[in-house]
Design a protein around this ligand. Structure first.
Ligand code: PLP
Length: 384
């Protein structure tokens, strides 16, 4: 059996043709493919606006800039996420605080979060960056109620969750990133994600003012919009009105994204099928804890995370069989860089226990039946 990784991209001939068309066109960047990708993505997610950016990390940074995160501002995120969710706050001079995860969903425990806010002096925090870990949607309706009480903004890190939804109290399906309850939402198009553009990212929002600010900041803070120019010297004239960055995604990346997006919905279904097969195969292996999914939730399964006691042994056993699993994630507060801020083992017991036993199995839409059977057989063999 050839090697099987925990995730991988899928590039079709149509994807390649679309990129080649851009290479032969007049615009490699700042051309028509950017707007088309933004519009198609916003429509897929169900949000009003989308801003394409260079990657998910820059998307987070841009959100913090648009929300005016300043030195001294405190933002809460999950200890179980990719480091970028937290780092983006530090880029703006802000401070990151963490709150423990829920034992079942591995996303922020909203009861513990509320307790933390209750126990802190009013005005301690400015915002929250919840993470839809593995593709499990955070209940942002409940989170919004908490955020309103404490006057906090919400930037949902939905990198793992395009296509996932939860059902709100009005029985409406709320797709991750649609902006119904969060202020801003971000996505990544790194190759292992649902949509691959090489590097790439997107911010979605329903807030026009934030959208305009994101657009401005993503391109040096420069505008040619005659409605907001302070002066106008002629057709060439532009103004730099804010200190922005070059976080623009190129037309090549966007063309690939547009083409990938056409398969996104069907690929989430394939991921769910793969999850069903794992769940069925592991239901009698009591040493394996399979992912929890509430009845009113549709999981996007960016990752299929199991919990087992002998995690390292299983990881090594599978590696010897050419199956490359991964651990998502090492708690951010225990990274050496973050320990410098005073975080210690024991600060977030649920997150730390999760880390000791979590393992991400191969999960991607093109995983074949034979490959998945091989993975299942090897895992069953390990537990025999
Ligand atoms: C949860 C989460 N947030 C942020 C990022 C950062 O995205 P990118 O790698 O596109 O910068 C990632 C991707 O690795 C991620 O998984």
């Amino acid at each position: 059996m050839k090697s099987i990784s925990y995730g991988r991209q899928n590039i079709t001939n149509e994807d390649i043709d679309e990129v080649v068309k851009v290479l032969k066109s007049d615009f490699l960047t700042q051309g028509p493919k950017v707007k088309e990708f933004e519009e198609n993505f916003a429509q897929y997610i169900g949000a009003k606006y989308a801003v394409a950016v260079t990657n998910g990390t820059d998307a987070l940074h841009l959100c913090n800039l648009a929300l005016n995160v300043k030195p001294g501002d405190k933002v809460i995120s999950s200890p179980i996420t990719f480091v970028a969710s937290a780092n983006s706050v530090l880029y703006c001079g802000g401070e990151v605080d963490f709150s423990d995860i829920d034992e079942k969903t591995y996303t922020l425990d909203l009861n513990k979060l509320e307790q933390k806010l209750k126990n802190s002096p009013k005005g301690t925090y400015s915002g929250i960056i919840p993470v839809d870990l593995a593709g499990y949607p955070v209940d942002v309706e409940k989170l919004r109620k908490i955020a309103e009480k404490y006057n906090l903004w919400i930037t949902e890190d939905a990198c793992h969750a395009p296509g996932a939804y939860f059902t709100d109290s009005k029985k409406q399906k709320q797709y991750c990133g649609n902006g119904a309850y969060s202020d801003l939402q971000i996505f990544s198009f790194h190759p292992v994600k649902h949509i691959a553009t090489g590097e790439g990212g997107m911010v979605t929002t329903n807030n026009e003012k934030l959208y305009k600010k994101l657009k401005l900041l993503s391109s040096h803070g420069i505008t040619k919009d005659t409605d907001i120019l302070e002066e106008n010297h002629g057709g060439w004239y532009y103004e730099m009105q804010e200190l922005g960055y070059n976080y623009r995604l190129s037309d090549m990346n966007c063309a690939l994204g547009i083409s990938q997006l056409k398969r996104a919905g069907e690929n989430v279904k394939k991921r769910n099928k793969i999850a069903e097969k794992y769940n069925e195969a592991f239901k009698d292996i009591e040493q394996i804890k399979i992912p929890f999914v509430a009845d009113d939730v549709y999981h996007a399964y960016h990752l299929f995370i199991i919990r087992i006691k002998k995690r390292k042994e299983l990881y090594n056993f599978l590696k010897e069989s050419n199956i490359f699993t991964q651990v998502h994630y090492i708690p951010v507060h225990l990274q050496p860089y973050y320990k410098k801020f005073g975080w210690r083992k024991g600060d977030f017991p649920v997150a730390e226990a999760y880390y000791e036993s979590a393992l991400s199995l191969p999960m991607y839409p093109t995983l074949t039946d034979d490959e998945q059977n091989y993975v299942i057989d090897k895992i069953s063999e390990f537990f025999k």
